[in-house]
Design a protein around this ligand. Structure first.
Ligand code: ZN
Length: 109
């Protein structure tokens, strides 16, 4: 059984990146850059709704999600700066691709 302290360290301590769904961020909206997809956690994008992010050059969350699936990064240009998620950056089971991202991915296949 996992203790509460252990559970906090492995899951609850970090918040989920909207773009890649991994728990990579120490806090929400602290302008941190996700190491897995290189999305900057924008204070103006505070939920999973599909908004343009000024910190990410006006990109929509769904565009970044589609890029992550297609290229492994929120933009193709940032691909080389991203890394694989660590064991303490698990995929949030509640995270989902936005419908617009799914459409974009399907249209490019
Ligand atoms: Zn991410």
């Amino acid at each position: 059984m996992t203790s509460i302290i252990e559970n906090n360290l492995t899951t609850n301590r970090r918040v989920t990146c909207f773009v890649c769904g991994h728990r990579t961020l120490d806090k929400r909206c602290d302008w941190d850059i996700c190491p897995v997809c290189c999305w900057e956690d924008d204070v103006l994008v505070i939920d999973e709704q599909d908004k343009r992010s000024p910190a990410n050059k006006g990109m929509m969350v769904s565009e970044a999600q589609a890029n992550f699936v297609l290229f492994g990064a929120s933009t193709e240009q940032r691909k080389d700066r991203c890394r694989s998620p660590r064991s303490d950056e698990s995929l949030d089971p509640n995270w989902r691709l936005l419908a617009e991202a799914v459409q974009t991915i399907q249209s490019r296949k």
